[in-house]
Design a protein around this ligand. Structure first.
Ligand code: AMP
Ligand code: ZN
Length: 471
């Protein structure tokens, strides 16, 4: 496998620390609101990475955090805690907020066929580990206290900025971040914040009643579950200049090491070529896409058509294209699945290899999809092709294996049946009775009535199938 490493700024051959087990940490969501489709693009990237690693024969230990305290409105320690703000907005405790939105997040990722990481670690459940971690940074002389908290002293770390290539000498205080007179350097960041009285989440610590800075949870929890050094660290590109830079600084302050060997970042999703923003009303969630008639996997397919390292522009026209493409792909797989024509094992093996090569080449999902399409479009039809695509779907997660396709069809039918109103249900059963009594004319008339109401009935070997007639 070859991955682009933000740390070395080049593509590198992947060599895990241990021969068989890969250890990976992914920065997870701040659970103060529903995840938007931009956030979810980053987790789709994380998912195909995890699955590609596993498909290459490695065991993977995958940890993801849930930020339920300490992420301030600005990534650079300014403003209110996002959880506190949400708690005031919704008049619920921050724990209720975290619980509600974490559940919503896990529902979303399930719909997107994103496998839940093996270990999910909540910040609020790791306060003692964080205190211990920070204490070590203090003992090693990398921190100082002010009236607002405990800060990391970046002057002690000449390599600060190693990930983003940030030139601190060239940055002026106050240009991007507000000046705190007590801080020695404007880029010094909070390890531990002293809690104002009204701050709901606060804990006793050697530095008073406090709450953790945003970055410390990832350092403390990755160390706890994966050790001081592990293989891969993932997140979105916005994490490079602050959050991940600071995680590296904390680790060096704590134990002298850069925590991960490979740092991988998913590029941003734009909407209509711009940033998503509440004021523009273009911050979409998965439920909103569903309300507009899309399936979560239409969005996954939309994302996989582009490389994770490119910005991707979301439009509904693009999503409609993805929906149609995915439908077509499933239909082609269905046709293959009913044919017993033989194809050579070599051909299958060659496709299998070129698919995994594409994904192992820095997750080239567009190329991997083009291989799937090539197989789907084969003029000679064979169940072997359908099975091969099903195997590839273990990484792609698009429900294009024959089992998943049939399962989806059944579910859709059940859903349709449940949504039918009483009048239609009655007509369907009247027609059934007419058929049993061999009153064919009556049965046909009812069928026509139903078609006028947008419902088509198909008599199949397995019984009657109900379909909605699309305009
Ligand atoms: P948050 O819940 O704000 O901590 O963000 C969760 C994840 O979503 C982080 O890894 C971010 O880097 C990522 N993210 C935020 N906005 C976008 C976006 N527009 N496109 C892709 N990823 C994003
Ligand atoms: Zn993190």
């Amino acid at each position: 496998m070859k991955f682009y490493n933000t740390l070395s700024k080049k593509e590198e051959e992947f060599k895990p620390i241990d021969k068989n087990e890969v250890r990976m940490y992914s920065c997870g969501p701040t659970v103060y609101n529903y995840a938007h489709i931009g956030n979810l693009r980053t987790y789709i990237f994380m998912d195909i990475l995890a699955k590609t690693i596993r498909k290459n024969g490695y065991n993977l230990k995958h940890v993801m955090n849930i930020t339920d305290v300490g992420h301030l409105v600005s990534d650079a320690d300014d403003g209110e805690d996002k959880m506190q703000k949400a708690s005031e907005r919704e008049k619920k405790s921050p724990y209720e907020i975290a619980d509600f939105y974490a559940k919503a997040f896990f529902k979303d990722i399930e719909k997107l066929n994103i496998r839940k990481p093996d270990i999910i670690a909540k910040a609020t459940e790791h306060i003692p580990e964080m205190i211990e971690y920070v204490q070590q940074i203090v003992n090693n002389g990398y921190a100082y206290e002010t009236s607002s908290g405990l800060y990391f002293d970046i002057s002690k770390l000449p390599s600060y900025g190693i990930l983003s290539g940030k030139n601190l000498a060239g940055e002026k205080a106050g240009a991007r971040i507000t000046v705190d007179e007590e801080k020695k350097n404007p880029f010094d960041f909070a390890l531990w914040k002293k809690a104002p009285e009204n701050h709901i989440m606060q804990w006793d610590s050697p530095w008073g009643r406090c709450y953790p800075g945003w970055h410390i949870e990832c350092s403390a929890m990755s160390k706890k579950y994966l050790g001081e050094q592990f293989d891969i660290h993932t997140g979105g590109v916005d994490h490079i200049p602050i959050h991940h830079e600071n995680e590296i600084a904390q680790s060096i302050g704590n134990n002298g090491k850069i925590p991960a060997n490979y740092w991988m970042h998913g590029e941003f999703l734009l909407v209509d070529n711009g940033k998503m923003s509440k004021s523009l009303g273009n911050v979409y969630t998965i439920s909103e896409l569903e309300e507009r008639g899309f399936d979560a996997l239409d969005y996954r397919y939309f994302c996989l058509n582009s490389n994770y390292r490119n910005t991707l522009n979301f439009t509904f026209v693009g999503l409609i294209g993805a929906k149609k493409g995915l439908e077509r792909l499933r239909n082609l797989v269905k046709v293959h699945s009913t044919s017993n024509e033989d194809v050579s094992d070599k051909e299958i093996e060659d496709y299998r290899k070129s698919f995994l090569d594409a994904m192992s080449n820095d997750l080239d999902s567009p190329k991997a999809l083009s291989i799937i399409w090539e197989i789907a479009r084969k003029q000679n039809k064979s169940k072997k092709y359908a099975d091969l695509i099903g195997e590839m779907d273990e990484i792609m997660g698009l429900d294009i294996s024959i089992d998943k396709i049939l399962e989806r069809e059944n579910k859709e039918e059940d859903k349709l049946e449940q949504s039918l109103d009483i009048e239609i249900k009655q007509l369907i059963s009247e027609r059934e009775i007419a058929r049993q009594n061999k009153e064919w004319e009556k049965a046909d008339k009812i069928r026509e009535q139903l078609e006028q109401k947008g419902i088509r009935l198909k008599d199949t070997k397995e019984g009657i199938k109900i379909e909605k007639i699309l305009e």
